[in-house]
Design a protein around this ligand. Sequence first.
Ligand code: GDP
Ligand code: CA
Length: 335
Amino acid sequence: MLTMENEARERPGRRITALAGGIGGARFLRGLLACLRLDEPDAEVTVIGNTGDDITLFGLRVCPDLDTVMYTLGGGIDEQQGWGRSQESFAVKEELAAYGAQPQWFGLGDRDIATHVLRTQWLTEGVPLSEVTRRLCERWKPGVRLIPMSDDRVETHVLIEEPPPAGRRSIHFQEWWVRLHAQVPAIEITAVGAADAKPAPGVTESILEADVVLLPPSNPIVSIGTILAIPGIRAALASTGAPVVGVSPIIGGAPVRGMADACLTVRGIETSAAAVGALYGPSLIDGWLVDSADAAAVVEGVTVLSRPLFMTDVDATAAIARAALALADELRPTQ
Ligand code: GDP
Ligand code: CA
C-alpha cells in the first residue's frame, strides 16, 4: 500500500493537450481543470488556441479566442455573455461612435481594451504572439499553458454574396459572425495565411509528447478546423501516440449556442454529432463523446460514447471532461 502511494506521488503528472476556440473551448477547459483539481492535481494542461478570429480594430490587435480562454480560466470573464471582461464599461466605444468611427458592431469594452493595447504594443516591438500571450497570462494565471496555434498572422475570411451594390465580396470572419450573425449564406470560409504559417513554439511538441489529447466542443470549422489548417498540426495529431478524444459541439442536430451550423453547411457537412465525428475521423480521433440524444451516432473507426453534454455549470462540465479522460484511458491506457 505504502509503495503504491509512493509510486503515485513520484509519477509525474499527465500531460494533457487540448485544442480550443473561444466560448465552447474555454467552458470545457474550466470543467477539465475542476475535474483535474480533484482527480489528478499534478496534471499539466497545454491549450493550443485558435487565432483565426483575430482582427485589428482601431489599430489594436484583438485575439478573441485566446482572450476568452484566458479570461474564463483566470476568473475575468463576463459570465452572462461568455466573452469579454466582467464588470465592463464601454466609454471608449461610445467616444469612438461619437466620432463616427467604424466599425461599431464589435463590442470592445474599456477593460478589455487594456489587454489589446498592451498586446499591440508588444507585437509592435517585435515580441511574438506566443510570448505576448504568456505575458498576459502572468496576470490571469489560467492554470494552463496557453499557446496560440501560430505566431504568424492567420485570419479567417468569408466569401459572401449580397444584393447589389455590395455583391460578392470577402469579409473578415468577425464581420460575418458578429455584424451579419452568419445570416448571409457563406460561399467559402478561408483561413488566409494558414498555408504559410508555422505552428508556434511548443505546439507540435505538446501534441506529440502528450499523454492525452482532447478536442473540446469548439466550432469544428472555424475554431478546431482553423488550428488544423496550420501545416504540421494536423500531422502531429494524426501521428501522436496519445489517445485523442473529441467532445461533440453538436447536440441533437443543433449547435447548443452560436451558429456553427452555418459553418458546417458551407462545407457541405450535416449538422450532426456523427457528421462532425466523421469530419475528424479515425485519422485524427480515437474516441468521440456525443450527447445522450445522439446515442445512435456511429463514426467508422472511432469509439463513440454517449452521455449528457450540456455544459450547464462547472460541475456538469467537469463530469464531461472526466468522461472524456476515462474514454481516453479505455482506448489507450497511459503508461
Ligand atoms: P467560439 O470561438 O466562441 O465560437 O467558441 P468555440 O468555437 O470554442 O465553441 C463554440 C461551440 O461550442 C458552438 O459551436 C457550440 O456548438 C458549442 N457549445 C456551446 N455550448 C455547449 C454545450 O453546453 N455543450 C456542447 N457539447 N457544446 C457546446
Ligand atoms: Ca472564435
